[in-house]
Design a protein around this ligand. Structure first.
Ligand SMILES: Cc1ncc(COP(=O)(O)O)c(C=O)c1O
Length: 425
């Protein structure tokens, strides 16, 4: 095999015939493999089984003089707030504990911004002539969909190795219609990069024209190393405070990829003033969240050190899967020279850029051969990748052997789509 760009038409045709034969053989296996979403594998969910019995008697339900079975403590149990404060390296008064998933609080924040405004809004966003929201891309489709759902205009911001391109961000926030930005600062979904310290500082020192500009800092993968030791990360809350913009950032996290996906417990971290503001708004929709679940989690996960130990068990399951992805790409795609990808040390995804104009076709071929992937384009606002190049690989769910089969087909489809384009067949 050699670099496609350097091959003659005859060589490309020969390669096409051999790749097509491999595709047909893969298709004949009638596989049904799924790499579409970043779901933890069953073995990972099994790791936290003991959590289910950490609160099993009526005595277990009492903590710090509070009965976790009753209404109250809208911000969350004291021990739950302390738990997240330690993980996110901020103060417990900066923490609001949500329900079983963080996306829900993110949706609620944007929803309240539209109906009531944020702390420094001059009017609810629904009364603004136009709201624009910055979407570093490739990024997380569900983030983009929340702001699209409420009618914001989504603006793509390119990502580089240090995070979103801050020159672009600093320039765009001069527009008062730009009201916020989505960020996944550690092991970004899907690029896997960790924002550099310089990027984090530039975020804290942003000078947006909109008084209610909000940084939606989704730290979903804050403790999710699968290779190497835990990497500490700067606390954006205190950095924004130091920069004189304490209310500009809202951070989110959950235990969806620590205990049970969608059945963990979530947290929002922000300035005390923002927390007080949201308590007023959220207090209309609920009296309190599930504190028994909070207690189960804190009893099981204990503290940051213990949680990081627990994450090593996840790492032992995840690392071989990411290795399988990397090995397949290195062996089958690297020599062809038409794609680039990352090799992250944490998070849930590998982001791959294939030959422009071929991502959709490659994934359609995958589907035909029984391999389901995140749709091409999903990592860009409105599901439209202008280059038709980016593909998010989510290796967590299938067992390693299935993943190897799926990667074999995926690589074949990448090549077939690239060859079709080069040969215009
Ligand atoms: C960046 C990011 N944020 C949030 C979520 C969902 O988190 P939760 O289950 O807490 O809503 C995911 C899930 O894949 C994610 O990748």
């Amino acid at each position: 095999m050699s670099i496609y760009a350097a091959m003659s038409r005859d060589e490309l045709l020969q390669e096409y015939q051999s790749v097509k034969a491999r595709f047909d053989a893969g298709k004949a296996k009638n596989l049904k493999l799924n790499m579409a979403r970043g779901k933890p594998a069953k073995a990972q969910l099994d790791l936290a089984t003991e959590l289910l019995t950490t609160v099993s008697t009526k005595e277990d339900c009492i903590v710090d003089g509070v009965d976790a079975r009753n209404y109250g403590e809208l911000c969350g149990l004291k021990c739950a707030r302390e738990y997240w404060a330690e993980i996110l390296d901020c103060k417990s008064e900066n923490i609001f504990i949500g329900g079983t998933a963080s996306l829900n609080i993110m949706f609620d924040v944007i929803s309240r911004a539209y109906t009531h405004g944020l702390l420094h809004s001059e009017r609810p966003w629904c009364k603004e002539e136009k709201v624009k929201f910055l979407c570093p891309s490739p990024g997380y489709d569900r983030h983009f969909r929340i702001t699209e759902f409420f009618g914001a205009e989504l603006i793509t911001v390119p990502m580089n190795d240090e995070g979103p391109d801050m020159d672009v961000v600093e320039s765009l926030v001069k527009d008062p219609q730009v009201k916020g930005i989505w960020c996944v600062p550690k092991y970004s979904n899907p690029s896997g990069i960790i924002y550099s310290d310089a990027t984090v500082r530039r975020f804290a020192n942003l000078k947006p024209a909109a008084p209610d500009f909000v940084i939606m800092w989704d730290n979903a993968y804050c403790i999710h190393e699968f290779e190497g030791e835990y990497i500490p990360f700067p606390d954006i809350i205190s950095l924004c405070e130091e920069a004189g913009k304490p209310d500009m950032v809202i951070e989110f996290a959950s235990t969806s990829k620590v205990t049970f996906a969608g059945g963990g417990f979530s947290a929002m971290a922000s300035s005390a003033a923002n927390i007080a503001y949201f308590v007023k708004l959220f207090g209309v929709q609920t009296i309190s969240h599930d504190k028994i679940n909070q207690l189960r989690h804190v009893r099981y996960l204990k503290d940051k050190a213990h949680t990081i130990e627990h994450m090593k068990k996840h790492a032992a399951i995840m690392a071989p899967k990411f290795r399988a992805v990397s090995e397949a790409l290195e062996c089958q795609i690297r020599p062809c020279g038409f794609a680039q990808w990352n090799n992250p040390k944490g998070g849930y995804f590998v982001s791959l850029n294939t030959m422009p104009g071929t991502a959709k076709r490659a994934l359609a071929l995958c589907k035909e051969a029984g391999v389901e992937m995140t749709p091409a384009g999903a990592t860009y606002p409105y599901g439209l990748d202008p280059q038709d190049s980016n593909i998010r690989i989510a290796p967590s769910l299938p067992p390693v052997e299935e993943l190897q089969e799926a990667m074999d087909i995926f690589c074949t489809c990448l090549k077939l789509a690239a060859l079709e384009k080069l040969l215009e067949v």
